[in-house]
Design a binder for this molecule. Structure first.
Ligand code: C2E
Ligand code: CA
Ligand code: CA
Length: 950
């Protein structure tokens, strides 16, 4: 039952409780035993000492009293002897008779008492009583008493003896002191009862000895007589009789009645003081009926005892505490790992198999923990293994089931053959797709499905892959039972046994008829332009990306030609959308015809097409661009009507202009706008600076437009001087931009911009108008001509002739007075076309000169074909003719060549006389340059001309 009760507490508690209880009992028992043993020893020692003191003292008092009595008795005896002698002397002197003397002596002796009942008597040496207070005794022989016989022999001295008076029941102790008076043969005896000694002794004899005795601090000894009256006491106190202690106990009377013993009582030192326990030991001093009392305060008496107890119990308690701590540590060292172990076991019991005790201890718990941990490890391993196995079984069953399900329900046709290719199983989908039932194909070869779409090599390759890799996947065309050929995605796997031998082939195929159809539709939808059937923007971007990728690998170039139909909107608006659509379709077809089969023509959007040319160089691009311009310029015949379009074309190239598809396209587009801006029907290459310039251009363009409206352009004239006559033979009209602040901007700065923006056309018209206005009505020599510069764009302008003609015709100027300077590079670009334009100009009466000659790479052949009159040697050659022999040679050659072609030569930029002299020796007829005059306003020029020519 106790076990049951204890089991309710944890081991830790039980251990701690048990240990501490045990320890407490042991320690306190030991402490108790030790302390009580010691106490007993000490207490009995103390009692013994006290008792000894008291006893010794009582003995001392008693012996002192004896001595004192003896002295007294002997003194009494001696004194009476003296008295008897004195009486005897009177008898001898004859004053009295012997009888009288004896009678007197008898009376004297009998008149005295010693103490209360002691008396004097005398016997003779024969043992006969001669004097005695009791008359009947006198004359009797008392020799029968022992002490009498002793006395008869000694006749004097001290004796103790027992005496029984007649009539008394008991004998009493008596003492006597005897002297001998020889003349009368009297042995005079003074006797006293021992119990009356007290009366015989003076307490003062003992006082110093008693008072000297000290017990503890404040203990003392005192002596009282049989009635309790204090005989010796350190203090002045009344009778002991009736003395009660602080608790009312009559300890005084008890001492007096008990006479020997000890007593405890409570005593107040002062009337108001706390009562303290006292201990008194008392002893009777025999014969005197005194009582010696030793009294001491208990605590003082037992002080050492108490100290020992305190010490013992103190040590005991400290020991107990230490033991307790030790006990706790010990119990902890057991219970802590135990409870951790139990916790772990609990958790493991709840299914947490991951827990481990990991107790490193070497004790039983540690070993148990290790066993447990090992056990858990094994358990976990077993469980895992079990789970894996179960899982695997389930998986296997599931897989088998799955396979069956898949086999039966698959949308894919499945066909299993043996190693030789004989069909041994097919699934329902096989029948659905091919049309062949099980009976029709089992035992046959899959070649029943073979179409004639694939060459023999295709199948060889397939079987090759199968035997090499055990697997083949690919698209294949097969034939259904109905004879219809269809595409399928076929996967064939060889199934090998463990020995590596192929036992079966499993073919899984998916009928791709629908996918193929959809794919095509989607592809068309996503990637082809519905109207033209050409690749659309997305496909284009794809292909560009691919082309750029290839080109990057091979270090080749990729070119984009961005084509925009110039006035497509007009056609659309004026002739209707169906016409526009047809136009776009035809344009697309023409573009396709222009490019090689591998290249891409895409419809980029609206009326924009892009050609993607792979493996091209810049020069190829230019000729392509020209081919495109040309191809699209040819009239389109739509429902019997001829439709004309021109195009603006922009070119960009990888890697020069960009290396990603989007930027490449953007750049080509930008170049296209460039072409469009510079008068359409032309092409432009993209250059990187174009972007930057585009911004600046926008701003300047706006200013330029404004200035054109406000006619802020002025024309200066630079004279041309004949080297032979020194006369002014003509002038070059040079435009300046006159700003609001009066400053002039050089054409070198704004002509290129005007070119870029196409504003040059309008500007050119204004220059011609101004020149005409200036020279109109002036009196010039017949061969005097003002030459006007025509820039590239101006010259390429379609209605150039028309516009020049109308301006000139509006004035009163004859075409013979005007010359047009066209740069060599412009003229060389499209000789045929240019020749035609120049011929028209010449036909109209204008003359034409080739400007900046020497900078382009003119061939004489072309020069001959062109209807030109004059060559202007470029300033860059003239500048160095004096110093640079090669330049001099070029100029000389040009002059000679010109002469052979019957052309006039004008050298421009002549600044020094040395240059002029050299040119003259070369045979150059006309010069122009700062040596003669800078370009100047018309009126100034007129004055100059007048001054020079007259
Ligand atoms: P350019 O046709 O070669 O014109 C000759 C340029 O040479 C003029 O510059 C002229 O001032 C400068 N010049 C003449 N003699 C000397 C000389 O001794 N030393 C030096 N250093 N320079 C000399 P300008 O007037 O600044 O014109 C520059 C260009 O602007 C012209 O070159 C021409 O191509 C173009 N230009 C000028 N006016 C027109 C115009 O009305 N229409 C067109 N389309 N272009 C024009
Ligand atoms: Ca010029
Ligand atoms: Ca020039």
């Amino acid at each position: 039952m106790l076990t049951g009760l204890l089991r309710r507490f944890s081991i830790r508690t039980r251990l701690a409780l048990g240990l501490s209880a045990l320890l407490a009992v042991a320690v306190y028992a030991t402490a108790f035993l030790v302390s009580s043993a010691v106490s007993n020893v000490i207490a009995s020692d103390i009692h013994e000492a006290l008792r000894n003191t008291t006893r010794t003292f009582a003995t001392t008092v008693s012996s002192m009293a004896n001595a004192s009595v003896r002295n007294r008795l002997s003194a009494v005896a001696e004194k009476n002897l003296e008295i008897v002698r004195a009486i005897h002397r009177r008898e001898r002197n004859g004053e009295i008779t012997e009888a009288e003397a004896k009678k007197l002596a008898r009376d004297v002796l009998l008149s005295q008492t010693i103490g209360q009942t002691g008396y004097l008597y005398a016997i003779d040496s024969g043992g006969k009583v001669v004097v005695h207070p009791h008359k009947e005794v006198v004359g009797t022989d008392v020799t029968d008493h022992e002490f009498i016989r002793t006395l008869m022999k000694t006749r004097r001295g001290y004796l103790e003896y027992d005496w029984k008076n007649p009539g008394d029941a008991e004998s009493m102790k008596k003492v006597l002191s005897a002297t001998y008076f020889a003349p009368w043969d009297w042995i005079i005896t003074a006797s006293a009862y021992r119990h009356e000694f007290g009366d015989l002794v003076s307490p003062d004899d003992f006082r110093p000895a008693v008072n000297a005795l000290r017990l503890g601090n404040s203990g003392y000894v005192f002596v009282v007589d049989r009635n309790g009256l204090p005989l010796i006491h350190p203090r002045d106190v009344p009778s002991m009789l009736g003395l009660k202690d602080a608790k009312g106990m009559p300890f005084g009377s008890r001492i007096l009645t008990e006479r020997n013993g000890s007593i405890g009582y409570w005593w107040r030192d002062a009337p108001n003081a706390e009562p303290r326990e006292k201990f008194a030991l008392f002893k009777e001093v025999p014969a005197m009926e005194w009582i010696v009392v030793a009294t001491v305060y208990t605590d003082e008496l037992y002080k050492p005892l108490f100290q020992i107890k305190v010490l013992t119990y103190g040590i005991g308690t400290v020991t107990l505490l230490l033991m307790l701590l030790l006990g706790m540590a010990v119990s902890r060292s057991i219970t802590q790992p135990l409870s951790r172990f139990m916790d772990t076991v609990d958790r493991a019991g709840q299914g947490d198999y991951g827990v481990r005790v990991r107790d490193a201890g070497n004790d039983e718990i540690g070993r148990l923990s290790k066993h447990f941990d090992r056990f858990m490890d094994q358990l976990v391993a077993s469980i895992t293994q079990l789970e894996n196995e179960t899982e695997y079984r389930k998986y296997e069953a599931f897989q088998r089931h799955l396979f069956e399900e898949v086999f039966v329900n698959a949308l894919e046709g499945i066909c299993i053959t043996d190693a030789k290719g004989t069909i041994i199983a097919i699934n329902p989908a096989f029948t659905t797709i091919t049309g062949y039932s099980e009976e029709e194909v089992l035992g046959r070869n899959p070649s029943v499905l073979k179409s004639d779409r694939h060459p023999k090599e295709f199948y060889d390759q397939m079987w090759g892959a199968l035997s090499a890799n055990g697997h083949w996947v690919g698209e294949i065309w097969n034939r259904r039972k109905s004879g219809e050929v269809y595409p399928e995605l076929l996967s064939i796997s060889a199934i090998k046994e463990t020995d590596g031998q192929i036992r079966h082939f499993v073919s899984v195929f998916h009928d791709m008829t629908d996918e193929k159809r959809k794919e095509e539709q989607i592809y068309r939808h996503i990637y082809l332009d519905a109207l033209t059937g050409l690749p659309n923007k997305e496909l284009l971007l794809d292909r560009i990306a691919m082309a750029v990728g290839h080109a990057r690998d091979r270090g080749a170039g990729v070119g984009l030609i961005f084509i925009d139909l110039d006035n497509f909107k007009n056609i659309n608006d004026s002739m209707g959308h169906p016409v526009g659509d047809t136009l776009l379709q035809q344009a697309g077809r023409r573009l396709v015809d222009e490019v090689a089969p591998g290249q891409t023509v895409a419809r980029y959007g609206g009326d924009e097409f892009v050609l993607l040319l792979e493996n091209v160089r810049e020069t190829d691009m230019v000729s392509f661009a020209e081919k495109v311009l040309h191809a699209l310029k040819q009239p389109f015949v739509i429902s019997g009507t001829e439709v004309f379009v021109t195009t603006s074309v922009g070119l960009s190239m990888f890697p020069q202009d960009a290396d990603d598809p989007a930027t490449l396209i953007r750049n080509a587009e930008m170049a296209m706008y460039q072409a469009k801006d510079s008068g359409k029907d032309s092409y432009r290459m993209f250059a990187a600076e174009m972007n930057e310039r585009a911004l600046r251009r926008l701003e300047l363009e706006a200013n330029l437009r404004q200035s054109l409206l406000k006619r802020e352009f002025v024309v200066h004239y630079q004279p041309k001087v004949s080297l032979t006559t020194g006369r002014v033979v003509g002038a070059e009209a040079l435009v300046r931009w006159s700003l609001a602040d009066g400053s002039l901007v050089s054409p070198a700065e704004f002509i290129p911009l005007a070119e870029e923006t196409g504003l040059i056309v309008q500007l050119g018209e204004q220059v011609i108008e101004t020149v005409c206005g200036d020279i109109e009505g002036r009196d010039f020599p017949s061969d005097f001509r003002v030459s006007i510069n025509l820039s590239t764009t101006q010259f390429r302008q379609k209605d150039l002739i028309k516009s020049i003609r109308s301006i000139v015709e509006q004035s009163n100027v004859s075409p013979q007075q005007l010359e047009f300077e066209i740069t060599e590079s412009v003229l060389m670009q499209d000789i045929d076309l240019n020749t035609a334009v120049l011929e028209q100009m010449v036909e109209m009466g204008f003359s034409v000169s080739i400007d900046d000659f020497g900078t382009g790479h003119s061939s004489l052949y072309y020069l001959k074909k062109l209807p030109i009159e004059t060559l202007k040697i470029d300033r860059s050659f003239v500048r160095d003719i004096v110093t640079d022999p090669s330049d001099a040679l070029i100029v000389q050659t040009v002059v000679l060549m010109a002469g052979s072609l019957n052309l006039r030569v004008v050298a421009e930029g002549v600044e020094t006389n040395a240059q002029a002299d050299l040119l003259r020796t070369f045979g150059c007829s006309t010069v122009q340059g700062f040596l003669y005059a800078k370009p100047m306003p018309f009126l100034e020029f007129m004055a100059y001309q007048k001054a020079v020519n007259t």
